[in-house]
Design a protein around this ligand. Structure first.
Ligand SMILES: NC(=O)c1ccc[n+]([C@@H]2O[C@H](COP(=O)([O-])OP(=O)(O)OC[C@H]3O[C@@H](n4cnc5c(N)ncnc54)[C@H](OP(=O)(O)O)[C@@H]3O)[C@@H](O)[C@H]2O)c1
Length: 294
């Protein structure tokens, strides 16, 4: 069984999840099926990824019921607002083929339209009160966004999903999360953002980092496995993505070795303070992209 983390409302969540951003829809069902057969029991998707339907299909193909998998998805910015977000829940569950979600989070803070962000979060609170979701949270929220949200809403987010890998570990956001009892969840946990056209492709990939490489060689493991261990030993959730069956399995084989305190500190020291992904404070045209009904 996968090690679990306990969220601030008592809900248990497998620490290691399976990400599907940029998994083409035609490959996603097979990737999810492979991941579940390898042992993952937590999938992270999003309305904006355009593959919620295929995630649901992958779960069915693996012969599991949705209740056996921790399902996490995200409301896209164009669906922010109270009624719109309630409707976004209906869209997501219809596509996934489920009637409830384990974790529903706001994909972005969208500070250019924060009134709608707050209204969207109030809709998440409603869904939580109605038992339609097990927990609610946010993504890409910096300290200022958290402070503003917390001042205006009731339920402290269970999770804040942020860009977090050895080259960009956002200690300030992690500290803000910890102060409020919010679990930090790492997106691009092995630095995959560097492969995305237009986002991080100019930068060095942390998969090639010599410090990580040396630690990996010392354990007879891969750099990706070392980074996932680093995430988990810090008590974070991580959601690596792959559509390659060997790498899907490799990324899950991280529960039978341990990094030393010294190795953890050497990886901590790699932080450059430079993000590879988009700045959550910068509005983007893509915020207005409409999420289809089906
Ligand atoms: N909330 C947000 O704004 C946000 C943003 C980005 C991502 N996310 C979430 O976080 C998840 C993971 O982030 P990510 O996809 O950006 O990055 P990642 O998981 O750090 O890395 C994925 C990339 O690394 C490759 N890869 C996977 N395993 C590998 C291994 N063992 N060795 C070498 N390369 C490997 C993958 O290619 P192959 O598929 O070919 O293996 C892919 O190109 C996403 O899928 C999504 O669920 C959320």
């Amino acid at each position: 069984m996968t090690p679990e983390l306990v969220l601030n409302n008592g809900l248990r969540m497998p620490a290691l999840g399976f990400g599907v951003f940029q998994s083409p829809p035609e490959e996603t069902a097979a990737a999810v099926e492979t991941a579940l057969k390898v042992g993952y029991r937590h999938v992270d998707t999003a309305a904006a990824y355009g593959n919620e339907r295929q995630v649901g299909e992958g779960i069915r193909r693996a012969g599991l019921s949705p209740a056996e998998v921790f399902l996490e998805t995200k409301v896209w910015v164009s669906d922010f607002g109270y009624d719109q977000t309630l409707h976004a829940f209906e869209k997501a569950t219809r596509k996934l083929g489920v009637d409830r979600l384990d974790l529903l989070i706001l994909h972005q803070p969208a500070p250019d339209r924060f009134e709608r962000t707050v209204a969207a979060y109030r809709a998440l609170e409603r869904l939580l009160a109605d038992g339609r979701v097990g927990a609610i949270g946010v993504s890409n929220f910096m300290r200022t966004h958290l402070d503003e949200l917390l001042a205006r809403t009731e339920v402290v987010p269970a999770v804040n999903q942020i860009e977090l890998h050895p080259y960009f570990s956002q200690p300030d956001v992690q500290k803000a999360d910890a102060e409020h009892g919010i679990l930090t969840q790492a997106w691009s946990p092995i630095g995959g953002i560097t492969f995305y056209p237009g986002w991080g492709e100019q930068r060095r990939s942390v998969l090639q980092d010599p410090v990580i490489g040396a630690i990996a060689a010392g354990h007879g493991r891969s750099p990706a496995q070392v980074m996932l261990r680093w995430q988990l030993q810090h008590g974070r959730s991580a959601i690596p993505k792959s559509t390659n069956p060997d790498r899907i399995a490799e990324n899950f084989a991280v529960f039978d070795f341990e990094l030393t305190d010294g190795e953890m500190a050497r990886i901590d020291a790699l932080d450059t303070g430079v993000r590879n992904g988009p700045d959550p404070d910068t509005p983007r045209d893509v915020f207005d992209r409409v999420i289809p009904e089906d």
